[in-house]
Design a protein around this ligand. Sequence first.
Ligand SMILES: *[C@@H]1O[C@H](CO)[C@@H](O)[C@H](O)[C@H]1NC(C)=O
Ligand SMILES: *[C@@H]1O[C@H](CO)[C@@H](O)[C@H](O)[C@H]1NC(C)=O
Ligand SMILES: *[C@@H]1O[C@H](CO)[C@@H](O)[C@H](O)[C@H]1NC(C)=O
Ligand SMILES: *[C@@H]1O[C@H](CO)[C@@H](O)[C@H](O)[C@H]1NC(C)=O
Ligand SMILES: *[C@@H]1O[C@H](CO)[C@@H](O)[C@H](O)[C@H]1NC(C)=O
Ligand SMILES: *[C@@H]1O[C@H](CO)[C@@H](O)[C@H](O)[C@H]1NC(C)=O
Ligand SMILES: *[C@@H]1O[C@H](CO)[C@@H](O)[C@H](O)[C@H]1NC(C)=O
Ligand SMILES: *[C@@H]1O[C@H](CO)[C@@H](O)[C@H](O)[C@H]1NC(C)=O
Ligand SMILES: *[C@@H]1O[C@H](CO)[C@@H](O)[C@H](O)[C@H]1NC(C)=O
Ligand SMILES: *[C@@H]1O[C@H](CO)[C@@H](O)[C@H](O)[C@H]1NC(C)=O
Ligand SMILES: *[C@@H]1O[C@H](CO)[C@@H](O)[C@H](O)[C@H]1NC(C)=O
Ligand SMILES: CC(=O)N[C@H]1CO[C@H](CO)[C@@H](O)[C@@H]1O
Length: 704
Amino acid sequence: MEKGMLVLGLVAIMVVGVVVVVESSVEGEEVSYDGRSLIINGQRKLLFSASIHYPRSTPEMWGSLIGKAKEGGIDVIQTYVFWNLHEPEKGQYDFSGRADIVRFIKEIQAHGLYASLRIGPFIEAEWNYGGLPFWLHDVPGIVYRCDNEPFKVHMQNFTTKIVNMMKSENLYASQGGPIILSQIENEYEMVEHAFHEKGPPYVRWAAQMAVALQTGVPWMMCKQYDAPDPVINTCNGMKCGISFPGPNSPNKPWLWTENWTTWYRAYGKEPETRSAQDIAFQVALFVARNGTFVNYYMYHGGTNFGRTTSAFTTTSYYDDAPLDEYGFIRLPKWGHLKQLHEAIKSCSNPILFGTQFTLSLGQQQMGYIYQRNSGECAAFLVNQDDTKSVAVIFPNSSYELGPSSVSILPDCKNVVFNTAKVNVKNNTRLVTTGKKFNESEMWQEFKDIIPTFADTSMRSKTLLEHMNTTKDMSDYLWYTFSYQHESSNSKAVLSVRSAGHVLHAFVNGASVGSGNGNHEKVNFTLDNTITLNNGSNNISLLSVTVGLPDSGAFLERKALGLRRVRIHDIQNSKDLSNHRWGYQVGLLGEKLQIYMDHSSSNVQWRNFTSSNNPLTWYKVRFDAPAKNESFGLNLGSMGKGEVWINGQSIGRHWASFLTSQGSPYQTWYHVPRSFLKPKDNLLVILEEQNGSPLGISLDIISTI
Ligand SMILES: *[C@@H]1O[C@H](CO)[C@@H](O)[C@H](O)[C@H]1NC(C)=O
Ligand SMILES: *[C@@H]1O[C@H](CO)[C@@H](O)[C@H](O)[C@H]1NC(C)=O
Ligand SMILES: *[C@@H]1O[C@H](CO)[C@@H](O)[C@H](O)[C@H]1NC(C)=O
Ligand SMILES: *[C@@H]1O[C@H](CO)[C@@H](O)[C@H](O)[C@H]1NC(C)=O
Ligand SMILES: *[C@@H]1O[C@H](CO)[C@@H](O)[C@H](O)[C@H]1NC(C)=O
Ligand SMILES: *[C@@H]1O[C@H](CO)[C@@H](O)[C@H](O)[C@H]1NC(C)=O
Ligand SMILES: *[C@@H]1O[C@H](CO)[C@@H](O)[C@H](O)[C@H]1NC(C)=O
Ligand SMILES: *[C@@H]1O[C@H](CO)[C@@H](O)[C@H](O)[C@H]1NC(C)=O
Ligand SMILES: *[C@@H]1O[C@H](CO)[C@@H](O)[C@H](O)[C@H]1NC(C)=O
Ligand SMILES: *[C@@H]1O[C@H](CO)[C@@H](O)[C@H](O)[C@H]1NC(C)=O
Ligand SMILES: *[C@@H]1O[C@H](CO)[C@@H](O)[C@H](O)[C@H]1NC(C)=O
Ligand SMILES: CC(=O)N[C@H]1CO[C@H](CO)[C@@H](O)[C@@H]1O
């Protein structure tokens, strides 16, 4: 129909001619799709999906999280598959504990929900190295994510492994299982141009490779407009309601794979949140404009345990999501979206089987109407003006549309829901002190060794690249050298340029300063005045990563660590970048596995002395509070490092990195109940700076 043609009443501007007949190619239980939606067991489906990532919580939490999602009106649980979690060493797989993906999918099935499996296997996801195992870096000739034989071999191998595992457990919907959708690659369009002629053939190969695995359920590529048939291109972002140009074929449905419920937190990125109203507005608009699948990224963010975050991302992940980091329902967000789901679901029949009409109701006001031949009708009245309310007439009645709102009329008459009106009470997080560790007698300490050049066995005449040297077995890499200073003037300036992320500098065993980059700018320089002995000096520079990068083209070429080192004294300036360097990967405490209970015999723990010692490990033993509660470890008094409970790392801590408002990005660190025993728990914390363990407390987290 011609644009601008006006027809009065309900039969307004007819924009859509939807194929209503269900494709006859649907075989048995296979999942298929048409221009309207996914088709499961022969039925078109309008689906709300929730991202919950299995390794970001514990198996003990999974059931309750999935249950709360279901109660919130969710139909599908979506997760990435985390390659480097499952194959940390080439050919050595781990599917146990938090990595037990089969158990997770079965938990989804047990709740009667569907699953959407985003295999990637490059996933980004604010996850270390975007999910790629670091051993890939040493595969000869490899270039990630393009038409490169070595990369394709390993990508195919892992993708096949996961698909076969799902098949052998009968987890695809085509086998009676819950998985209705799979994803290959991830937001590739954002980097494709960087690969020039090596990009497009890779997209075609990835699609063919995935489709050939014959899962019986559709594959999608998010943010990939040219996704080859039959792979579905889907939308990621905050505003798919407005921005998505639609699928690349009239036979593909409108799917939204990532609608960010808030923003993840990262050091140096100002904390922001997203309101329930704004999310609801975009979701309703997306459905009004043909959408039949919306996924919330994240519905539950959880915790980046251990060293699993990507560069400069906090340990807490999307705490502001509808289910918070601890798994509590966050109100009003969770409740407002639940009501939105109910309202939209009550429009299912016209949406899935009707014809869409659009009706201009004003300059920035629009009606989207779905109507069936039977007369069944649902309408979405949209006001995109974010400054004022506007009264509109539809078709003969008047409706007041608030700023930035969608009103939902399941019968084209009565408004049952308005995205801007929150009818749900708020809740707030309550933090109460559970256990204080404020007495110095409770603590023991172990000062890590600051190695000198003579202590090192790995040598080079150049500054080595950080990641290639540690192989990501540790965050820490010591760069050491011996410096001859011939002058009565002991003052000099140490100047270090680092490609990232953090540096702690020591001269003759004493700290002379630290430097760091941040999420927006990872590199930095440190220029500090130092005092040198006449004669030989031991310079020890500790370079630290805070998670490997997870985005961008040519990840295998990224460089971190020290790039240039100079010492300027009164007479001259020496460039030491090509000096005789000695290296040590990791800290002594890591080598001794000081955080494990069984390590006690190897480690000379001492009674606590004082707090102002960089590179010190602290430990304390405690009995768990008796009640079944959620715990957050308050590390507001600490600087930077990592923390373990009974040998399990609950993540990196960094309370000394402050927002522009002067508060830590993260103060509380989630201690899952299942990490605790009733008695004699071991808490070990590494402190790189001069934080005080006497301010640590184990707090009880709840909501009221
Ligand atoms: C993956 O590679 C390993 C050898 O590295 C091989 O044993 C295995 O069969 C391959 N798996 C698949 C699914 O191709
Ligand atoms: C909905 O889909 C139909 C068919 O692809 C298309 O013609 C129409 O423009 C779409 N509606 C909107 C609002 O984009
Ligand atoms: C709207 O009003 C006109 C004239 O008053 C009437 O003919 C029409 O049936 C009404 N439409 C609806 C849907 O009520
Ligand atoms: C409820 O929380 C929202 C943010 O989610 C806030 O904007 C609003 O002011 C709160 N309302 C009340 C009554 O506290
Ligand atoms: C530690 O905290 C407890 C409980 O608040 C308090 O009674 C005690 O005096 C504190 N000890 C020190 C050394 O501050
Ligand atoms: C360490 O502290 C304990 C009591 O907490 C005390 O019995 C012991 O003598 C102390 N050891 C040293 C070497 O000071
Ligand atoms: C990584 O280190 C190896 C030696 O372990 C070296 O041969 C290779 O050139 C290094 N690669 C990069 C990119 O620095
Ligand atoms: C540095 O030490 C050497 C050997 O101890 C001594 O001979 C020399 O005079 C000292 N130089 C200065 C400038 O103090
Ligand atoms: C430097 O280190 C060496 C070997 O570890 C040690 O013998 C020497 O005393 C140290 N020098 C200074 C000035 O600390
Ligand atoms: C950081 O890297 C950018 C881009 O490579 C470069 O322009 C800038 O000078 C670097 N800054 C520092 C402090 O090294
Ligand atoms: C603790 O509570 C959770 C739900 O919050 C429940 O699943 C679990 O069984 C409880 N554990 C105990 C020991 O009561
Ligand atoms: C990946 C993605 O789509 N990101 C977008 C999310 O939404 C914000 C705000 O609209 C955009 O700035 C991002 O580009």
